[in-house]
Design a protein around this ligand. Structure first.
Ligand code: SAM
Length: 462
């Protein structure tokens, strides 16, 4: 089951599946949010997996659509501010909470998030938290403590919140330390602030970005991406969704597939393809694409996405290491599995669910995938290696080791004139490195990029 816990009772309305009397509006959504926060923080479950509309957490799936949106918003905001929320709770409790009182802590965290950051009346946030604590045998005896802590928080928030926001690093220790190690202690605070801000919605359009920017009230970025600051409803309600005119893809994520030369009529392998944003770009570039993925669920999602976009690619379920294709490929995209630390703006659970060891482990996997991929490339072909990690261990360092240990290969440098205004994304070696502090904009809602690394590899001429 995705995100440990009891099964939701069968039958009944969605509102009572979490065992709650729905006499109090919002209680069921709050309980579900607390349950999923527990799964993320204590069991390192991925938020994306928990909130997946096909295979997500059963308690989440039992909710009506409106409540699902509420739960998602609660969790994104809570995780983005988790460090400040934790510090605030500590400040409001005279004695530390009992070490075993994890569920109490999560009840308080969601209530704190509502009081500090969400548009929920204070009295409702307190009332729901007290009811929730009272209904849970593990936290029942702390119900009056919950009441006292949250009331004090409401009284003191104007004074204490600015102090904590300025003084607390926005990410847990290991993650904040690593950012400082990579970017330097001086640059790290601004970068972490950029990484904590919710991102805009980026769309890759099939054609005519200027027209789509005008229709959707967005702007065109140097990559040709259409960026929209404010979304009035679900993405699927936007003009062009049903017609497959565009797909959601961060501007940085659109870079790797744009690094190839002319792909028209070329045979291209997309080795870690799902959910298919880059596959769609390769097909749009005129390539004859074979899209591989080791996950059946994800490959199914890719197929659904291509169907909506009216695009065609051959899809094959399988591991990149096992691909056996004697004809070989003119171009290969290896968008390798990674720690995803470049995407914390949209996946704020990552600093809580991943670790330094994950980065080391994934760098080894990436190297294995790269070694396996090069044998599939035709002699004059190009391979783009990319991922959405911020960590050089999964990017620059891994590629430097590959080149040192694999004679006959080189980097084809990306040239500075590719995207005017994004020259700071080029590394001295000619790779692309993006992060949330790039693409500044006077309107902060239009600023930033996901963290990505991408490099073009080719064989040295003989
Ligand atoms: C970062 S995602 C790829 C995103 C995708 N390229 C896109 O643009 O939409 C990584 C994908 O690699 C797949 N994957 C992980 N290990 C793999 C392997 N050894 N062989 C093939 N696919 C793999 C995962 O299932 C996941 O779908």
């Amino acid at each position: 089951m995705n995100g440990a816990g009891r099964r939701p009772p069968r039958g009944g309305s969605a509102s009572n599946r979490d065992g709650a009397t729905d006499a109090k509006p919002g209680l069921v959504a709050r309980k579900t949010a607390t349950r999923l926060l527990t799964a993320v923080i204590d069991s390192k479950a991925s938020l994306d997996g928990l909130l997946d509309h096909a295979n997500g957490n059963p308690f989440f799936l039992a909710l009506p659509e409106q409540d699902r949106m509420l739960v998602r918003a609660m969790l994104l905001v809570t995780l983005r501010h988790m460090q400040v929320i934790d510090a605030f709770i500590d400040r409001m409790t005279e004695k530390p909470l009992p070490a075993g009182a994890r569920s109490l802590r999560h009840v308080l965290a969601i209530a704190t998030s509502q009081i500090l950051y969400l548009d929920v009346p204070n009295h409702a946030a307190v009332d729901l938290a007290v009811t929730q604590a009272s209904e849970d045998p593990r936290s029942r005896r702390f119900a009056s403590l919950v009441n006292a802590v949250l009331r004090r928080m409401i009284r003191e928030k104007d004074q204490i919140l600015p102090q904590l926001t300025a003084g607390v690093r926005p990410f847990p220790g290991w993650f904040a330390d690593r950012i400082a190690e990579i970017h330097g202690a001086g640059a790290a605070p601004a970068l972490m602030a950029a990484m904590s801000a919710p991102p805009a919605l980026d769309l890759t359009v099939k054609s005519d970005p200027a027209l789509w920017a005008e229709r959707l009230g967005g702007v065109v970025l140097p990559t040709g991406t259409v960026r929209i600051a404010k979304l009035g409803g679900p993405v699927s309600s936007l003009q062009g969704y049903d017609d497959g005119a565009w797909w959601v893809q961060d501007a940085a994520a659109s870079i790797p597939a744009r690094l190839f030369g002319d792909l028209a009529g070329r045979r291209v392998a997309d080795l870690c393809a799902a959910p298919g944003g880059k596959t769609a770009q390769l097909v749009m570039a005129g390539a004859d694409v074979v899209a591989f993925d080791q996950s059946a669920n994800r490959l199914e999602r890719l197929q659904g996405n291509l169907e909506r976009l009216r695009l065609t690619a051959e899809t094959r379920l399988g591991r990149a290491q096992d691909v056996d294709d004697p004809a070989g490929f003119d171009a290969i995209l290896l968008d390798a599995p990674c720690s995803s630390t470049g995407t914390v703006r949209r996946h704020p659970d990552i600093p809580w669910t991943k670790s330094r060891q994950d980065i080391e482990r994934l760098a080894v996997v990436q190297r294995q995938l790269l070694d396996a991929s090069i044998r599939l490339l035709r002699p004059d072909g190009e391979l783009v290696f990319s991922n959405c990690s911020l960590d050089p261990e999964e990017g620059e360092d891994m590629i430097a080791r590959f080149l040192a240990e694999t004679p006959g290969w080189r980097i084809r440098p990306v040239t500075a004139d590719l995207w005017p205004g994004m020259e700071d994304a080029l590394t001295p070696e000619g790779a692309v490195r993006t992060h949330a502090g790039m693409l500044p904009n006077a309107d902060p809602q239009l600023a930033g990029l996901d963290g990505f690394y991408a490099v073009v590899l080719t064989r040295l001429p003989i």
